[in-house]
Design a protein around this ligand. Structure first.
Ligand code: SF4
Length: 224
């Protein structure tokens, strides 16, 4: 089998194949405002988007912004979000970050990374999701799917999500960051599963070190 070229040389074809395979990939969380997206993203830690959407469909109509969440209070909020994992600590973070928004940002979600990451419970990934999806500011969040798929494709060998994000952003044009984030998530959910990736039907297989390792050509009769 011919050797694979470097990640940088394979990357343009990988980007084109992902864009062609997932032309409608987008954010899986339901929201109408930056504040709703911020809440949903915090709730989505270690929880599926589907479950978060069920919870926020009940929660969002009861909220008119950060002050109303502060007024709701931690105990009632914890009850409202009890179907997501870690609901008590998430309720604490959401009340605290809502207080910050009221006290320091006029009740609005800031569109600057530094200000977002200063909010309670908001790290690099959450800030990137909000910047990209609420404000269309280029950012590339690395979640478990993006981490797994980009490593299998040999696009990063970094040990942490933040360093993986740095590797990807160094290689991928900024104009593709937002779409690539969604496309890698969709690919991870639909094809490149954590346990049994469907390499034999994956459009990226010929460009993927992990896929080539898993899908070996059958031996020809002459070699039997
Ligand atoms: S070939 Fe396999 S490991 Fe590689 S991206 Fe596709 S599904 Fe994932």
């Amino acid at each position: 089998m011919p050797r694979l070229s470097s990640p940088r040389r394979r990357l343009p074809v990988i980007l084109d194949l992902l864009a062609a395979t997932y032309p409608h990939a987008g954010c899986g969380l339901d929201f109408h405002t930056p504040f709703e997206l911020l809440l949903a993203t915090v709730l989505s830690a270690q929880c599926t988007d589907r479950r978060v959407n069920l919870v926020t469909a009940r929660l969002f109509p009861k909220l008119q912004g950060p002050q109303s969440l502060v007024d709701m209070g931690e105990d009632q909020l914890a009850q409202e979000i009890r179907d997501v994992g870690l609901f008590r600590s998430k309720a604490r973070s959401l009340v605290s970050l809502s207080m910050d928004l009221v006290d320091h940002h006029g009740g609005e979600v800031p569109a600057q990374r530094e200000a977002l990451e200063a909010l309670a419970g908001v790290g690099k990934k959450t800030a990137s999701v909000v910047l990209a999806n609420a404000f269309s500011i280029p950012a590339l969040a690395v979640d478990t799917h993006v981490f797994r798929v980009s490593h299998r494709l040999g696009l990063s060998t970094a040990k942490t999500a933040d360093r993986t994000a740095s590797d990807l952003m160094a290689m991928v044009p900024e104009s593709r960051w937002i779409d690539l984030h969604h496309q890698l998530i969709w690919h991870g959910r639909l094809v490149c599963h954590a346990r049994n990736p469907a390499c034999s039907s994956c459009p990226l297989c010929a460009l993927c070190p992990e896929g080539r390792r898993r899908v070996r050509p059958s031996p020809s009769p002459a070699n039997l």
